[in-house]
Design a protein around this ligand. Structure first.
Ligand code: ZN
Length: 466
């Protein structure tokens, strides 16, 4: 059944109930035509009042879940028609939301936004295609479009992100901004060819939503106070470490929002820019045109900065410039990809940073993870899972932290090329230092999260030394 035909004649398909609804305003000939086809597909024709039809039409164009829209598209719509409609962009940004593939993509994007997903995956397999969302750090299956539709969905995404739709053998990446009922969404798109076709991952970057403040990221009051004392220093390097998706960037933005951008020149080098910060000069790296982290940093240093945020230190060159900058009177905030605070030192030394330069520039390392927060609707009822949290028992996340402040003893250890376990032993003797797991225990005892959740996110830590 052609979805456009149905909409035009005010006829709606109720997939769950196996019914087709029509109203007194649906032309008799159209109802007869649909009834003929519906009989073959086991659907029952039901007469409804205009209001019910209006509501259904509105739902299918806006609030329909991705699974509903994909389900209704399977009702015998011809693939040729889908492809033809799905790829046709109309003038400007006005998209024809009757085209099934466009409706499907819109439904997927809207649902991802309303479920607070951070990523959307579209993956082809031998027998089907899967749409998955990452919510609160974990992937979940959302819909299973027919295998035959997969290429059309990917092509549609590539058109929206202005990628080359003819190129299917090479990975591509791009960006796009879409409107959803919950506001503008910035998306970063990455495609990758696989044995069964291209897969796509869409990262959702909330636009217009300001960064959190340091009070909101979940630090204990002691850690917050100690961390703030580092953020307010006028020079040195302060690192935030953790695996991908551990909330490092959110914490750095929160730290920046702590500083007064009116009296200090704050500049960033990022990939990508995740929030627009008022009063702060943000630079996006573009490796393709030679604007690497290192290159951008060199230019920023000629712009008289006080505070510099480096999205991530990935190479020796960036690390060296960061250290030089911090030694010449700048506060440098950066993320580094390591599991805990003490291994940040060995990571930088392994990159080739000189121990004496690191010892005189590093002021602190904050390691962090995000744990899922127990759902506030079902937790008071002592049940795990309700409609509010999608039956998971969790809704939203917050951080657990381990803050290493570099004191004289640790400075000497760095100078002597001490390894991560030496530095960790010294840290454990320091007043105020709490390992990640112990900081997590604080949230378990107050019922904010569960023990299993802490174990899950800290699995790659240093349990033997705790
Ligand atoms: Zn719940």
């Amino acid at each position: 059944m052609d979805a456009r035909f149905l909409r035009r004649h005010r006829i709606t398909v109720q997939v769950q109930a196996n019914q087709i609804w029509y109203s007194s305003r649906s032309p008799a000939w159209a109802v007869a035509a649909v009834a003929g086809q519906a009989g073959l597909e086991g659907y029952q024709m039901v007469s409804k009042d205009d209001e019910a039809i209006d509501e259904q039409l509105l739902l299918s164009s806006q609030g329909a879940t991705a699974a509903d829209v994909i389900g209704s598209a399977q009702l015998g719509e011809s693939l040729a028609l889908l492809l033809q409609d799905g790829l046709g962009l109309t003038d400007g940004d006005e998209l024809d939301d009757d085209a099934p593939v466009i409706r499907m993509i819109n439904a997927i994007l809207n649902e991802a936004a309303s479920r607070r997903a951070s990523d959307i995956h579209l993956e082809p397999y031998e027998s089907g295609s899967v749409v998955r969302f990452r919510v609160d750090g974990l992937l979940q299956d959302v819909a299973h479009p027919p295998r035959a539709l997969h290429a059309a969905l990917i092509s549609r995404i590539k058109v929206m992100a202005q990628l080359d739709i003819a190129e299917k053998r090479l990975p591509q990446d791009g960006r796009m901004t879409v409107k959803s009922p919950s506001g503008l969404i910035d998306l970063r798109i990455s495609t990758l060819p696989t044995g069964f076709g291209e897969r796509a991952v869409l990262r959702l970057l909330a636009k217009g939503k300001g960064p959190l403040s340091l009070h909101e990221v979940g630090m204990s009051s002691e850690t917050l106070q100690r961390f703030k004392s580092l953020v307010n220093r006028s020079f040195g390097i302060l690192l935030v470490t953790g695996p991908t998706g551990s909330g490092k960037t959110t914490t750095l933005y929160a730290a920046l929002s702590e500083l007064d951008a009116k009296t200090r020149n704050i500049m960033t080098v990022e990939d990508p820019i995740e929030y627009d910060m008022p009063g702060i000069a943000q630079t996006q790296v573009h490796p393709k045109i030679g604007l690497s982290f290192a290159q951008s940093l060199r230019s920023i240093l000629r712009q008289d900065p006080d505070v510099i945020l480096i999205g991530e230190i990935r190479d020796l060159e960036t690390a060296q410039i960061a250290i030089q900058a911090s030694l010449t009177g700048h506060l440098v905030l950066a993320t580094l990809h390591t599991n805990d605070s003490s291994s940040a030192v060995s990571r930088l030394l392994d990159m080739g940073v000189e121990p004496f330069l690191l010892s005189s520039s590093l002021i602190g390392v904050l390691a962090q993870r995000l744990v899922r927060r127990r759902c506030s609707s079902c937790m008071p009822r002592s049940i795990m899972g309700c409609d509010d949290c999608g039956q998971s028992g969790f809704k939203g996340r917050l951080g657990i932290f381990e803050l290493l402040i570099v004191d004289d003893a640790i400075r000497s250890a760095i100078k002597l090329r001490g390894d991560a376990s030496d530095i960790r032993r010294m840290a454990l003797d320091m007043p105020g230092f709490l390992p990640l797991q112990r900081d997590g225990a604080r949230l378990v005892s107050s019922g904010v999260t569960t023990e299993q959740e802490i174990a899950r996110v800290t699995a790659s830590g240093h349990e033997e030394l705790v």
